[in-house]
Design a protein around this ligand. Structure first.
Ligand code: NAD
Length: 266
């Protein structure tokens, strides 16, 4: 049940494609908790995805933006301030795409142009959003910026391919930019390392269902679903987490601390 955690707050949510998207759940929970938001996604995703359904449901405007375009992001930030009538209190980066994984290129035989594009879409876009937000004075003091990550940034998951390095870069940007944003505007920056989740991006990974089942057995609480991730993110956007910054926070039912699970052995 909603508690008015984000009453009076304004934010931008990237990455809601369809009902399975983690960002879709986060947008719904943030609005239910009292926030006013704008939604954004790549122009191509606006054509094929279901974001308009979400926009109508939660009464939010959609502003197209390709996360690799400085111009698109700047337009998104300034339009969001116009539409929501003021500066932002939170931004969610929920963007991931690997060209080599999608085109089934082995990790030991990647196309480097695609790898570069993967890093640009999945990680550099996070820096881009924060740099433009800082330059355009978009964030209120004590604002909160989050990106979604995965434990393949720290451990080996062979089928995750170059997304592992994308997530390592993403988490590093949260630490480095988090320092500068805290010093300049008291804005906090964190990543949430989420369990495997059945979404369009998740299902693009080879053998995802088997891996999903393995992960839920390894996690004493089971895999965290998209809705519980949304509640965690809403808390991270709230005033209850003001002193948390530059962290990678595991939201994974305990998976990251496990060595062995009898549920898998026997
Ligand atoms: N699904 C999982 O198992 C899982 C686990 C941990 C972390 N994550 C991360 O969560 C985030 C959201 O993924 P999801 O699982 O909800 O899948 P999703 O496919 O619903 O979301 C990915 C989003 O990225 C957007 N995107 C791709 N290229 C873009 C571009 N150039 N500009 C703007 N947006 C672009 C897509 O349109 C889509 O909305 C990603 O960062 C993903 O890596 C997912």
């Amino acid at each position: 049940m909603a508690k008015g955690l984000l009453e009076g707050k304004k934010g931008i949510i990237f990455g809601a494609l369809d009902e399975s998207s983690i960002a879709w759940h986060i947008a719904e929970v943030c609005v239910a908790e009292g926030a006013k938001i704008t939604l954004t996604n790549a122009p191509v995703a606006l054509r094929f995805g279901g974001i308009q359904r979400l926009a109508e449901k939660i009464n939010a405007e959609v502003i197209p933006a390709d996360a690799t375009s400085l111009e698109d992001i700047e337009n998104l930030l300034t339009k969001s301030m116009d539409i929501l009538d003021g500066k932002m209190d939170f931004i969610l980066h929920s963007i991931g795409m690997s060209l080599n994984v999608r085109k089934k290129r082995a990790y030991t035989d990647v196309n480097y142009d695609w790898m570069h594009k993967t890093f640009d879409i999945s990680a550099m876009s996070f820096h881009r959003v924060m740099q433009l937000a800082m330059k355009n004075d978009v964030m209120n003091e004590w604002g909160s910026i989050l990106a979604l990550s995965y434990i393949a940034a720290q451990r080996i998951f062979p089928d995750y391919g170059e997304m592992a390095e994308s997530k390592a870069l993403l988490e590093s940007f949260a630490r480095s930019f988090g320092y500068h944003y805290a010093k300049k505007n008291k804005v906090r920056v964190n990543t949430v390392s989420q369990s495997p989740t059945l979404t369009t991006a998740g299902k693009g990974i080879e053998g995802f269902q088997d891996f999903f089942d393995y992960s839920t057995k390894m996690s004493p609480l089971g895999n965290a679903d998209a809705h519980s991730c949304a509640k965690f993110c809403a808390m991270m956007f709230s005033d209850y987490t003001r002193m948390v910054t530059m962290q990678n926070l595991y939201h994974d039912g305990g998976f990251s601390q496990m060595g062995m699970s009898p549920d898998i052995l026997f």
